[in-house]
Design a protein around this ligand. Structure first.
Ligand SMILES: C[S@@+](CC[C@H](N)C(=O)[O-])C[C@H]1O[C@@H](n2cnc3c(N)ncnc32)[C@H](O)[C@@H]1O
Length: 401
């Protein structure tokens, strides 16, 4: 093998995973939770009695494959998941994880996502491609290949690195190349570990406290600091990549991070920001925040794939529980949290906890309106809108019909 990227993932399958841990926990995250796929790409209206064909392109050690396979199995959905990766070492770990779980809905393939057109796999309803495109020599060709493998009405969930949040990293990668790039990867790891604690106090990487992956293990250190093929995207660059493949950005995750009003307290500035077209607003938000180290986005061919609040829509929490959220909102007067070091406080109306308590994944919005005593839809929406902005904004609330 001569491709340094392929060699890297054979020697250091990413992320480092021990299959035995499948017995105790399921790793979940964005993109690709089933609830998110339905909400952001199918308007919350996918008919799950119909077969669902999924491709995990560059599946690594299997996080998305395992999550999708388990969630689709648990929901009793007729799903067929295809895992594809260049690295056979990564594939072996992913295969073991699926086997330990007793899941039978995954087919494993070794190969390049660039060769999809020749593989004759048919069209996919959903493609996960997380942390892969930015490692290709030609990411445009990569996304075009994925777009070509979509079934009509299908969509893609991607993650690519964000430029501003990776501040300080690329000079360090270049420095490590100079110091150790000619050595075997294992020795590069050892030298990187010597260098890190000794970096000057002025070093940009040392001062970026949100880049901490390298502390999780050697595979993570190699992926962050010693990668031979690695680029990052700003929002406009990502928009160009997506448009080049004939796709559009249905939503970023978390949506609120891409809303400039989160960062602007002055009403004049907030109004000027709100007057910008949606893609420019997202670009502005990224520039103001400065801390986005990656971009997660759902991509579709058509517009209007994201579910919207409506009387017949059913709200569902994403991995949160109604009573706990309602209690926290009652105590704090809203939602409090942080986006990579940015403290976020989202005040909510006093009627919000009563609404949140009724979100059980079966009640429709109109039923919640009635049970909370709102006679009028608009009055209800005056309370629900900020709830939605906050909780969908942090990707904890979705809709289905
Ligand atoms: C950073 S890892 C991400 C793994 C996984 N998607 C995740 O998020 O945990 C990148 C993966 O992409 C794979 N990869 C790189 N180029 C590829 C290609 N052209 N076709 C298929 N897989 C590729 C690598 O082997 C590696 O397993």
């Amino acid at each position: 093998m001569t491709d340094p990227v392929q060699d890297q993932y054979e020697a250091y399958p990413y992320p480092g995973r021990n299959p035995a841990e499948e017995a105790t926990r399921l790793v979940t995250g964005s993109p690709s939770r089933v609830l998110e796929i339905d909400h952001y790409l199918f308007g919350g209206r996918r008919d799950w009695s119909q077969p669902f064909r999924v491709l995990v392109a560059g599946g690594g050690t299997g996080d998305a494959t395992v999550m999708l396979a388990q969630q689709l199995h648990d929901k009793g959905m007729k799903a067929e998941i295809t895992y594809l990766d260049l690295s056979t070492a990564s594939r072996r770990i992913a295969e073991q994880r699926i086997k330990i779980r007793g899941l039978t809905n995954v087919t494993f393939l070794s190969g390049s996502l660039l060769a999809l057109a020749e593989m004759g796999l048919g069209g996919f309803d959903y493609i996960d491609c997380c942390g892969v495109l930015h490692h290709l020599p030609d990411p445009d060709a990569g996304l075009a290949s994925l777009a070509g493998a979509l079934a009509p009405g299908g969509g893609i969930g991607i993650m690519v690195y964000g430029e501003y949040g990776r501040a300080g990293l690329y000079p360090l990668q270049a420095a490590l190349q100079q110091l150790a790039g000619d050595l075997p990867l294992k020795e590069q790891v050892a030298l990187a570990k010597k260098l890190l604690p000794a970096l000057p106090v002025t070093n940009g990487f040392r001062n970026n406290r949100f880049l901490g992956d390298h502390r999780r293990g050697d595979a993570e250190l190699v992926d962050l600091l010693l990668h031979r093929q690695d680029r990052a995207y700003t929002v406009p660059q990502l928009a160009e990549l997506v448009a080049g493949a004939g796709l559009q950005i249905a939503s970023f995750i978390e949506p609120l991070r891409y809303d400039p009003s989160l960062y602007l307290t002055d009403p004049v500035l907030a109004k000027r920001a709100a007057s910008l077209p949606a893609p420019d607003q997202a670009a502005l938000a990224e520039r103001l925040a400065g801390n986005m180290k990656l971009h997660i986005a759902y991509l579709s061919r058509e517009s209007g794939t994201v579910a919207q609040p409506a009387p017949e829509a059913i709200p569902l929490f994403i991995e949160w529980e109604a009573e706990t959220v309602a209690k926290a909102v009652q105590q704090q007067g809203g939602i409090k949290g942080a986006f990579d070091g940015l403290p976020v406080t989202l005040p909510l109306p006093r009627q919000a906890p009563a609404i949140l308590r009724l979100i059980d994944g079966t009640r429709r919005m109109d039923a919640i309106r009635q049970e909370t005593g709102f006679t009028d839809w608009e009055n209800f929406m005056a309370v629900f809108r900020p709830v939605w902005r906050a909780l969908n904004g942090i990707n904890r609330l979705a809709l289905r019909h």
